[in-house]
Design a protein around this ligand. Sequence first.
Ligand code: FAD
Length: 475
Amino acid sequence: MTDQKKTQLAVIGGGPGGYSAAFMAADLGLKVALIDVEENPGGVCLYRGCIPSKALLHVAKVINDAREAAHWGLKFKEPEIDLNRVRESTAEVIRQMTNGLGQLCKARQVEYIRGLATYSDSQTLNIVQQDGNPIRLQCEASILAAGSRPTRFGPLIDSPNLMNSTGALKLEEIPKSLLIIGGGYIGLELGSVYSALGSKVTVVEMTDGLLPGADRDLVKPLQFIMEKRFEQILLNTKVTDMKEQKNGVKVTMEGPNVKKPNAIFDKVLVSVGRKPNSSGLGLENTQIKLDERGFIIVNEQMRTDDPHIFAIGDIVGGAMLAHKATHEGRVAAEVIAGHNVAFEPLAIPAVVFTDPELAWCGLTETQALKEDRAISVTRFPWAASGRAATLNRSEGLTKLITDPESNQILGMGIVGNGAGELIAEGALAIEMGAVARDLDLTIHPHPTLSETLMESAGALFGQSTHIYRPKKKTE
Ligand code: FAD
């Protein structure tokens, strides 16, 4: 028999968007049910995305740091890699974090329902629970946060040697040779892991550069290092065919620098993007509208075309990042609780957790050029940073984008060690409407990489202490 339940708010999907929305709504006094197929909340981010990939990138960093310690006169032997232990430690991190989220549900009295939900109408969900028992859940409002999944790639679909990001994170083996199709952040992060563990990694990217969206001067130092660590990076290159062979996958490639148009790789990782989980949810029983790529259309309050349903996170597109999902989720919960708020960020930071890291937020130079928008750009090369020198990581660069009239900070980009942590200051500066002088006059601790942000602001006035670049007389 179908169990009948009622709640004020149902949240479908327990990823960073869904659980943040559920927690916020509960904190605001609503009765909330959170539904997901996993044992605990966490979503792609915790089970097969951000967190496991960063745990493995930490392992890669330890290996690389040990190798690079030779610079300081410290020589370590090549590491013995116990893959089982690497997998176990990553799984422990996931367990610890997702169990914690389960506890937080209980503490906040959010009812966590493990099952698959579909809409039978705008205010009714059919949930098939893990144990097979159905629930009919009536809700005054719902937030759809069902996330996204990897896009499949044409020429070869089913092969044990073909992986998507989820398969790659399982780390079943370390292939001798690995081809990565797609030069976006997921491909480069996972490529960095496999390369540190011993695979010969080739990256194929169809466009003329890695990491579309990031400014080229920031990508350059990263690409320089990756070209040394990876077997090759093939830009403007297309995979036109893949065939399963006894000894791997035969891949046909077309591009200006392809030496072997038919090369065999032990494994192929397809990371060509992600698509929304917007099918199979019973959306035809609601008034929700999708765009041509299947993303749910929402307004700045995260309202869909159905007055009872909100949507957030990867399923609505835009920056498909966990922190964007979280903030959208919190806005949706506040709107449902009656607050007049909107999701209108000036800066959503993007971080590529490679080594070096690359991060940016707000306006990029590329975007400004495209929009024919006047900007000032100042750069502080890390070759002039004492802290970078003590780390032997002088390849970095900090870049500030400001309004030429008001000097308001519009964007920031950083490539270098710890860029992902440093960029938060840029996001705060942009959101607070700071001008370059604010950053220039804020005393930053010495010696730290954070000083490069202050000095990039000083450079705007020709007054950065550690670089001599006087302001032009005409300015
Ligand atoms: P998701 O996290 O996708 O969660 C959706 C949940 O909904 C899933 O648990 C799913 O099982 C559940 N669900 C779907 N349909 C139903 C249904 N019908 N009923 C019940 N439950 C359902 N982002 C970052 O910000 N930083 C990173 O470093 C980063 N690294 C990444 C690395 C990898 C390898 C990948 C794949 C992604 C990474 N991301 C990263 C992206 C990030 O994981 C996503 O942007 C984020 O998880 C999106 O959150 P979400 O709440 O929209 O949905």
